[in-house]
Ligand binder design. Sequence first.
Ligand SMILES: [Zn+2]
Length: 532
Amino acid sequence: MTREQLSLYDTTLRDGAQTHGVDFSLEDKLLIAEQLDGLGLDYVEAGYPGANPTDTKLFGEKRKLGTKLTAFGMTKRPGRSISNDPGFQALLAAEADAICLVGKTWDFHVDVALGITLEENLAGIEESVEAVVASGREALLDCEHFFDGYKANPDYALSCAKAGYEAGARWVVLCDTNGGTLPEEIEAIVTEVVKQVPGDHLGIHVHNDTDNGVANSLAAVRAGARQIQGTLNGLGERCGNANLTSIIPTLMLKTDYAERYETNVTPQKLATLTHASRILDELLNRAPNRHAPYVGESAFAHKGGIHVSAVQKDPRTYEHVPPDSVGNVRRLLISDQGGRSNIMAQLESIGIAVPKDDPRVARLLEVVKEREAVGYAYEAAEASFELLARRLLGNVPQFFDVDSFRVMVERRHNALGELVTISEATVKARINGETVMSVGEGNGPVNALDNALRKDLGPYQRYIDDLKLVDYKVRILTGGTDAVTRVLVESRDGEGRRWFTVGVSPNIVDASFEALLDSINYKLIRDGAPAP
Ligand SMILES: [Zn+2]
């Protein structure tokens, strides 16, 4: 059975870059473009040349990519000729394989935002698309507010789409710019549009304002559109764009779509999806969404003894697709619902081989349950779990001992009369029988303690030089007057590996210290630091 080709168009670097708090450097953009290229996307829209120095530079030279590097810009300015429109000229000067123009198709916008007649706008679309085609580049037309425009004035919205197609646009892309259209409306409207513009020249570009970005994209495909525009991780302003990280595996792994359509993403490339998703978060310095479909850390995480033992018998019992198909991994969570099989699976996944009937396994389960009862959470802190397991199994060296620590917090006015809070910590540690005193300063007590603890670990110092605390979460567990604090610390090393550790105490500094110690010890073990 021959399958129809779907074109995938990524706009993470242009529409996604509109996100509040996102600011890609040129290097970031090139790195992400490479990832997207590696995934097999047909188009990578990388920016808006002429609008900012980064994008102008990006399109200032030819980039070696397999994908079609696409520049984005507006149709020509009303009342000007193309040769007299500097913005349009900057676009034509871009070293791009394709140029995507955004044009207005909602009569209300033409009237209010542009203040020109509907005919002038239509002529502007035609001339602009023709100019791109004449420059030898592939032209795309983003029909801004198409669905709202169609609802208000279907004839006009359609005439804009047709004008783009007839002027030579390879793709006419229907945009749900405000993101408020629902799947059934999308399907009905696209069904009408394909009667005027062939589906293999029609694209869909939606925003996620009703959380239907993925559903709307699929609805458009069912109605005949053959290009999907979206972003990695659904990055985008407001509630984001259609999430390609969910759309791509759905197209490839769900029978109805997989049998009817094909894309240039091969199964091997699909297996790099989780990695690409995490790289983007890494560059944005964001914690990845644990619950993201397909690529999230929890997407294939199982908790509870019955689920875990069933998944071990056959993963299909609780998994809709195999995690490795998208480059993700199965995680079996440790919790007080979990039984022995859960612990065994977890030990196996961290490479600890013990027989199931080893009495130390029962002991470990008991300790995990006891500790979870007082507030520890090993689900989120696998490195602490690993340490605990290795300690009970008797193979964790005592690299160093901390005899005592002291933290001082001072709030005062500095010489400039500004109110400042500074913290200072002193740690007394014993390493190889030698006592080491270290002092550290920081903007808070935990930061000071971390600095002091890591100042001098003697022979172990080189193992922790690249260790960085990247996130720190505090939870007060309610227990009336004897409330305890749980601190979860996320650490990262120079190779980008992350791990989580946990500490619990009635005292927040003490809880933090415990999590910090676990993090350091975990790193020393993982990197094979020699026992003293
Ligand atoms: Zn958009």
